[in-house]
Design a protein around this ligand. Structure first.
Ligand code: SAM
Length: 381
């Protein structure tokens, strides 16, 4: 398994005309403030950032002006091998990096991570070869994330807000319960950000846990536990204490009376001073009408994205899982555990959640993020 992303877009011009070409591009895009010619070791110059991708200029020794992409990766040989399988050719292999061409001759490079670990983490795609069972488990993980992002376009932002709260409350090496963690998306991101952390992914869904078992669950820092939050025995299965318990887009599946009990049960799992964080569909009690309309707006956008073929819907994703050799039996089992679709039965507001947490015994409870009809809150035990 390795990761890669488009890290740098470069405009290349041969010397000696490259100096005036650089001046042109600096003027055209506004150039980074404070730089003179911006040259780094006489070859490269910064032109700024495009949505987390570096925009740069390269002074070529010879050749024709061109644009080229740098694919940055945490494993250059594995990324080159993947691209060769897709039809690329190696033009020059420099060991640490390689110059390739696409099947029709366009030049691009495969390089080690250039843009810093945080940017790389945020944008990189994880690749794996099909396993002995022929299944592309990281492909399932990627498509799960893509499908969830249709429902929660700012999913990474809300995860980031929860991770900031974790770091501020309990530091950078926490033991975390990824509650109703599904395929382990939270755990994957948490471990990227906090290499000294460990997580328990707890969920009732055999299909999602099977994907987790072949992806994030292969990491020694991750334990997978199957338990149903509707059953009070889940607390023993989780095996606390934890520095933090995090959950996302899951607790709205529980009825409010069960939610109140669950919050009381959590006080026995989160250590004193530890944190509970939840990002979910959480109406704002001060804006009932607007929150509803914001929810409708988000739904229209989602439906359009699915209609336009830009995204896979929840239903389509599950149908694909149902039709696959590697997940079909687990989906049949899941259909028994979660019969029928979840219906909006009037979600508790974020205020109501905070009230329930305080009366369960949490010392502090408040919002750490809000967007549209959704929010993330944290509580300190
Ligand atoms: C929309 S998914 C979110 C998964 C994950 N937190 C994420 O953000 O990708 C909701 C998750 O809640 C889990 N879930 C719902 N009810 C549950 C229950 N009673 N016990 C355990 N897990 C449950 C589902 O199996 C599913 O994995």
């Amino acid at each position: 398994m390795h990761r890669s992303r488009v890290g740098v877009i470069l405009i290349d011009h041969p010397q000696p005309r490259s100096a005036s070409a650089l001046a042109f591009w600096r003027a055209a895009v506004g150039g980074p403030p404070g730089s003179s010619d911006g040259a780094t070791n006489g070859v490269y110059a910064d032109l700024g950032w495009l949505n987390g991708v570096e925009f740069a200029f390269q002074h070529l020794g010879q050749g024709d002006p061109r644009l080229h992409l740098d694919l940055e990766t945490d494993d250059v040989p594995a990324e080159v091998a993947r691209l060769l399988r897709l039809g690329a050719s190696v033009r020059t292999d420099h060991g640490e990096y390689a110059v390739l061409t696409d099947p029709d001759g366009v030049v691009f490079c495969v390089v080690p991570v250039q843009t810093g670990p945080a940017r790389f983490r945020a944008g990189a795609t994880t690749w794996s070869e099909a396993g002995a069972d022929g299944a592309d488990w990281w492909g399932w993980q990627r498509s799960w994330d893509a499908q969830q992002e249709v429902y929660l376009p700012d999913r990474e932002q809300r995860f980031g807000a929860l991770f900031d709260a974790v770091e501020a409350a309990v530091g950078t090496a926490p033991r975390v319960l990824d509650l109703a963690g599904g395929t382990g998306s939270i755990s994957q991101r948490l471990l990227d950000r906090f290499p000294g952390a460990s997580t328990v992914v707890l969920d009732a869904d055999p299909a999602l846990l099977r994907i987790a078992a072949h992806t994030v669950g292969r990491d020694d820092r991750v334990e997978l536990v199957r338990a149903d939050l509707r059953d009070r025995g889940w607390v023993n299965a989780a095996a606390g204490p934890f520095d933090a318990v995090l959950t996302a887009t899951a607790l709205h599946w529980l009825a409010e009376d069960r939610l109140a009990e669950l919050y009381r049960e959590l006080t026995g799992l989160v250590r004193p001073g530890g944190l509970f964080g939840n990002a979910d569909h959480l109406p704002d009690s001060g804006l009932p009408g607007l929150t509803r309309r914001l929810g409708e707006l988000a739904e229209h956008r989602r439906e359009k994205a699915v209609r336009d073929g830009a995204a896979e819907s929840w239903g389509d994703w599950w149908q694909r899982a149902r039709d696959s050799a590697e997940l079909a039996d687990a989906v049949v089992e899941r259909d028994v555990i979660f019969p029928g679709a979840w219906h909006d039965r009037g979600l508790p507001t974020h205020d109501r959640h905070l009230e329930l947490l305080r009366s369960a015994g949490f010392a502090e409870a408040g919002l750490v993020w809000r967007g549209g009809a959704d929010a993330a809150f944290a509580a300190i035990r």
